[in-house]
Design a protein around this ligand. Sequence first.
Ligand SMILES: Cc1ncc(COP(=O)(O)O)c(C=O)c1O
Length: 403
Amino acid sequence: MNQATGKLITGGETIDFELSRSALQARRNVKWNQYEADVLPAFVAEMDFAVAAPIQTAIERIVRDGDYGYPQRDGKRVDAAVAAAFIARMKTHYGWDVSPDLVVPISDLVQGTFAPILAFSDPGDGVILQTPNYPPFREAITTTERRLISLPMRDDGTRHVFDFGELAPAACKDARIFVLCNPQNPTGRVFRRDELLAIARFVIEHDLIVVSDEIHSDLVYAGHRHIPFASLGPDVAARTVTLNSATKSFNIPGLRCAVLAFGSDALRARFHKRIPARLLGGCNIIGVDATVAAWMESQPWLDAVMAHLTKARDLVTEVLRTEVSDVRFHVPEATYLAWLDCRAIKQTGSAFQFFHDQARIAFSAGETFDPACAGFVRLNFATSMPILREILDRVVGSVKQTA
Ligand SMILES: Cc1ncc(COP(=O)(O)O)c(C=O)c1O
């Protein structure tokens, strides 16, 4: 890393981790435009870094050539290119074999959550969700008139854990689906094999379909390992729809390209009885080429990003642990998100509002992840070190003022 410029050169590629605040504000994204100019954004899950060179090159090629017709890649439909890149990545990174016939490219993972809920359950049926959790899961359950069955993630003092003993058998009677988010947003947990096996036993016993969102799988820190849920075995795969994309780890969420991977032919056939393939729409060619470039050519960029995120995560840990004991949290095992328990701060109203008003920081509001979590916020630390230091200084200053 060149300390003077904040740029890191890897494999001939320069990665800029220190984009200035004005450069970031010039972007036309939600992150830097939703709040007033003096508010530092630390909410929506995207990173303040330039994308990998292979992704930029792939996009520029399409634009340079004005190549906007119905696309084909290597003599096949573009769906096959996305599926092949996904299959190759799952094999090399996780040792998981996925059949090309079972991969369905779609535009985004929220769509990919709604579709299996509609396909595998009916209004009134129960859907189990670990809470707190990524807000659109709750939306996917409630707006489709399914019944949300909450499986709480409890803080055991070292990490967030869950216990099926907390689910009353009567509450699970009409359950049809288990929505799994692994790595988990917002707690940053990477579920261990024994935890995943406990989920597997439960879903088999209750005959549930699993919708497994693994979008954060490439953002796992040293010492932890992502295990695709469907890779646990054929009986688990046969009831699992895996969702993934390159958009979170390679910072291309605006490009709208993701995959659904079914664990068996029968599951896919059952899905399409209710959701015809045509209803899902196709991927945009820019998203397709960017995704293929991300998964197939951009690992050096991701390695460098993970090194930066590790340092950022360690800075968050050091500052919060030494300066503000009223903000509790567990070091995330994956993701660039930290789930901050701010209930000990003397304040009125939500933690989100407190930091917005007193520190001029926009975190993600805890209550959107679980209505009972207004005392929490989610911090996105995927930014430059100077901006992160300023966010942390503001947190420390505002909390100390309440003491
Ligand atoms: C767990 C999880 N799933 C899905 C998404 C969004 O995916 P998409 O933009 O493809 O809908 C996010 C974004 O932060 C997320 O954290």
